[in-house]
Write a protein that binds this ligand. Structure first.
Ligand code: PMP
Length: 466
């Protein structure tokens, strides 16, 4: 296994960063007294400490130390119009001033309107709202299990569906113990659940056929993303998604498309439609909330109705103090209507910025003598991608197509992409976690020039250690 020693570089970067951001550093000490590792989401907790953000507008953040940071994290990729767009903030401010927004817990008109837009734009027949993508995928799997009367779940290696029992296997690649994508990633999860989760390779229709031959009649569902998200930012091939649809139909398995990232990111609706694939259930989150916590399961009435009163023991997709929260629904209605009305401008702009960002990143590192492979490209089926993920293979000739390739530490430099670069870029005024990110319509070409310059400077620091 190849290892490069970054200890000296990291020590230098950490020292420079501590001098650069003393207020965020002091807040980390305070945070450690009350919060585990100083925060509530591991990925956000850049080491040695994250910049503490005080405000955000469009593509830019401002931190406690007064630095402006060009942001490609954009609210976990939720903020497709950039941070705090006036379109949403003005509507929320007016509503709150008028006595509407925080009275969660009632039925209202807004929920109906948002559900109607979601059904119209995604081909779903029924929708139920919740507050996170994690809950949406969990409920969708419960629905599939109740509908089929089966217990097994098929997912993709590298597929992230949030931290819920059925999704906590096969997320990270474990080369050393030969487990690949077969490991359970969390303590505290019942074995009875994870034992019945089968992990299959993304974009590998042959392996998928094998898995269906072997487990098809025991499977409740196959859950996958049409555009693999944190598993590497790569679109499903047309053949793969169609094979998934055919096999699930043949074996009576519920097809769940997890569109928490892909939904409303490529068009004003679900990405599945671009493949001509209608799933049985789909999950949405991120973009649909306009920056507020909104997620949904949407799908066939016959399955969705299992959460209702009409018969038997309903699937307990209920509860949730903040489900269909009024301020969140207002933000959702506002962004969804905007995306539908401005589809012809928003998505080509995002696609153009995405392509330019990927080119900028690759050439900035190349100019400094560092080869980087950038995934996140669009495909013939998914036109125009606004996302990118950087991988640093030890050898340019190594083919990189799958999560199994780029998360293999013998092939790609994970320490560089996941640890070193984010700190080096922070010092240059760029916020990018684990070398991936997304564009918003608020980013500009000047921002991309800034990104290129920041990458060149970061690359110059890193190069001597490669
Ligand atoms: N599914 C996918 C594809 C995701 O990317 C995520 C979050 N990154 C989730 C589900 C979980 O969503 P949340 O973080 O809102 O719980």
């Amino acid at each position: 296994m190849k290892t490069r020693d970054y200890s000296r570089l990291l020590a230098t970067l950490e020292e420079a960063y501590a001098r650069h951001a003393p207020r965020s550093g002091a807040l980390q000490q305070e945070a450690l007294r009350f919060m585990v590792d100083g925060g509530s989401h591991t990925l956000r907790l850049i080491r040695p400490f994250p910049p503490r953000i005080v405000s955000a507008q469009g593509a830019w953040l401002q931190d406690e130390d007064g630095h402006r940071l060009l942001d490609f994290w954009q609210g976990h990729l939720a903020n497709i119009l950039g941070h705090n767009p006036p379109l949403i903030t003005s509507v929320l401010a007016n509503a709150l001033a008028g006595g509407f927004g925080l009275q969660t817990g009632f039925a209202d008109r807004l929920q109906v309107e948002v559900a109607e837009i979601l059904c119209r734009q995604t081909g779903a027949e029924r929708v139920r709202f919740t507050t996170s993508g994690t809950l949406a995928t969990m409920y969708s799997i419960m629905l599939a299990r109740a509908f089929t009367g089966r217990t097994w779940v098929l997912k993709v290696g590298g597929g992230w569906h949030g931290a819920q029992p059925w999704a906590l296997k096969g997320i990270e690649f474990h080369r050393n113990d030969g487990q690949g994508f077969q490991q359970v990633e969390s303590a505290g999860v019942p074995l009875a659940v994870t034992d019945k989760v089968i992990v299959t390779s993304f974009n590998d229709p042959e392996q998928l056929r094998d898995h269906f031959r072997q487990y098809g009649d025991r499977l409740a569902c196959f859950i996958l993303e049409p555009f693999l998200g944190v598993g590497g930012f790569v679109p499903a091939s047309r053949e793969y998604l169609h094979t998934a649809r055919e096999l699930t139909q043949q074996y009576g398995v519920v097809l769940i498309l997890d569109e928490v990232i892909a939904g409303f990111r490529f068009r004003a609706g679900n990405a599945g439609a671009l493949y001509g694939v209608q799933p049985d259930l789909a999950t949405f989150g991120k973009v649909i909330g306009g920056g507020m916590p909104v997620a949904a399961v949407a799908g066939r009435a016959e399955i969705m109705n299992l959460v209702g009163r009409s018969g038997g023991t309903p699937v307990k997709f209920s509860g949730g103090t903040y489900s269909a929260h009024p301020a969140s629904m207002l933000a959702a209605k506002t962004i969804l209507n905007y995306l539908v009305a401005h589809e012809a401008e928003v998505y080509p702009r995002l696609a153009d910025l995405g392509e330019k960002a990927r080119q900028t990143l690759v050439s900035a590192f190349a100019e400094e003598g560092i080869y980087v492979h950038c995934s996140g490209h669009d495909s013939q089926v998914l036109p125009g991608s606004s996302m990118f993920m950087l991988h640093f293979p030890f050898d340019e000739k190594i083919p990189l197509r799958q999560p199994e390739d780029w998360f293999d530490p013998t092939r790609c430099d994970i320490a560089l992409s996941h640890r070193v670069l984010e700190l080096a870029l922070l010092l240059e005024g760029v916020f990018m976690l684990h070398s991936h990110g997304g564009l918003s319509t608020a980013h500009t070409e000047e921002d991309l020039a800034f990104l290129g310059e920041a990458c060149r400077r970061a690359a110059r620091r890193i190069k001597p250690y490669l």
